[in-house]
Design a protein around this ligand. Structure first.
Ligand code: LRH
Length: 471
């Protein structure tokens, strides 16, 4: 018969994909074949004075992609949904969306982290959630939310939970993504009533939590060819699914240490997989985050500004009439001396959309570095500064977790940028293993296939206990 096939819906900040993973081969020696059946742009739109996600377009891309998946590989053994973190829709008690999800790069969160601090001290919030300080954290977005809307809202649904609810009618909060809200207790993996109350947020907004690897429900009859297909919970935070796909065990062959990863896309998420969160003050000061992973693991990592800086630079140039292809930009950078200009790529000024080269110039000036002028110089500056940030993040995470890192895995679209992979090896002084490129989709499929009993039931994410921080 046909091999069991699972559809992974993987939504990134610039595009969405439906990828089918089929489990082929003998039991015990299975292989997953991935086929991309649909890819659609994810372009934020203006809604009043807000930058929001185009939910109807995303939904359309998802259902068409799933229909295509069913036509080519059906009947599907399952569907799983992952997306970027933190953003949500507020829904009423009939499930209707009250307003489009606001983009995490919208400036409405300005000052909200400070407001949250005034309600619950940052030390306390970190001790409970282990979450990095970022303007866009869900809790901070909620503090900027329209009061009437909040009052009218019955539930808050993060993007993958919203799609899961539309497909199945089941309303849950998948825990890996829930951990990016700033409202989850990192040790107990439950909502923190203390923080929800302390920040003045209505408890009713938060759905019951669910771990990855459960059956959320079956697709409702109204969805035609997909009706009845099981929907499995996966690491619905794309980074959680990407980390599932990192061959972390391969680190053992490179020495006694552990493997670090760079999940490289719009953002570069740089860090370790641990068995326990690191909730110390030193960790808070380093702004490392502890996010909930699959199988009770912890993603201990830093958000590095990522390829966003490069794509927004290319977009700025194109908007000015100077279209530069990525390949040409990278080629130009190769002609410029290494580390000509190093800036702090994680500077908060680089977060919003807008003129990126101008901001890079400002940062270079402020740092007393040569201002990058040509295409090659600007791209050189971005790549070198990214690699430097990877080094800093790998080292800091290792030090604070009390482990030695002996290999770095790069997964996600960034693996196609071989310049960046080589620079990462040079900067960290460690071997770099690149791939898979579709990490989130692969991790999504792996968790579904295990939940469905298609991959051996005793397969676990990793031996998390061996990655416990030294105490
Ligand atoms: C990457 C990502 C990252 C979050 C950010 C908002 O896509 O999910 O892990 O911090 O988007």
């Amino acid at each position: 018969g046909r091999p069991p096939s699972f559809a992974a819906v993987d939504l990134g900040a610039t595009s969405g994909r439906v990828i089918v993973g089929s489990v082929v081969g003998e039991p015990g020696a299975e292989r997953i074949d991935l086929v991309e059946v649909a890819r659609f742009p994810n372009e934020p739109v203006r809604h009043g004075d807000r930058l929001v996600w185009d939910l109807p377009a995303l939904w359309d891309g998802v259902v068409h992609g799933l229909a295509e998946a069913a036509a080519r590989f059906g009947p599907l053994a399952g569907i799983g949904v992952d997306s970027w973190a933190v953003d949500y829709a507020l829904v009423d008690d009939s499930g209707a969306v009250l307003s489009p999800p606001v983009h995490y790069r919208d400036p409405r969160t300005e000052g909200m982290a400070d407001r949250a601090d005034a309600l619950v001290p940052p030390e306390r919030r970190y001790a409970v959630t282990g979450l990095q300080r970022q303007p866009f954290t869900t809790a901070h977005q909620l503090l900027a939310e329209d009061g009437d809307l909040l009052e009218a809202a019955h539930r808050l649904l993060l993007v993958p939970d919203l799609l899961g609810a539309r497909l199945t009618g089941q309303v849950r909060a998948e825990i890996t993504n829930a951990s990016t809200t700033g409202l989850l207790d990192a040790r107990r993996r439950t909502w923190s009533a203390e923080l929800v109350d302390g920040l003045g947020l209505p408890r009713r907004l938060l759905p019951d939590l669910i771990e990855p690897g459960e059956r959320l429900g079956r697709v409702r009859a109204e969805h035609g060819v997909l009706a009845g297909t099981p929907v499995w919970t996966v690491g619905s935070h794309d980074t959680a699914s990407a980390v599932v796909a990192v061959p972390l065990g391969a680190g053992a062959s490179v020495g006694d240490g552990v493997a670090a990863y760079v999940s490289c896309g719009t953002w570069s998420l740089v860090g370790l997989e641990l068995g326990e969160p690191v909730l110390t003050e030193a960790s808070r000061e380093a702004n490392l985050t502890n996010e909930a992973g699959v199988d009770g693991t912890v993603r201990y990592l830093a958000n590095v500004m990522g390829l966003w800086v490069l794509s927004e630079t290319l977009r700025t140039w194109a908007a000015r009439g100077t279209e530069v292809a990525l390949a040409d930009a990278l080629a130009a950078a190769r002609e410029v001396p290494l580390r000509r200009t190093l800036i702090d790529i994680d500077d908060a000024s680089l977060l919003p959309p807008g003129d990126m080269p101008a901001r890079l110039t400002q940062l270079a000036r402020a740092a007393g570095q040569p201002v990058p002028e040509s295409v090659g110089e600007v791209v050189r500056c971005i790549l070198d500064s990214l690699a430097l940030a990877y080094r800093r993040s790998v080292r800091t995470a290792a030090r604070l977790a009390g482990v030695e890192v002996t290999v770095v895995h790069i997964v996600g679209g960034g693996v196609h940028n071989s310049d960046l992979c080589h620079l990462t090896a040079d900067a960290t002084g460690l071997p770099v293993v690149a791939g898979p490129a579709e990490g989130a989709a692969l991790g999504n499929v792996l968790v579904q296939a295990r939940a469905a009993g298609v991959l051996a039931g005793d397969w676990t994410r990793c031996d998390a206990s061996s990655r416990r921080p030294a105490s």
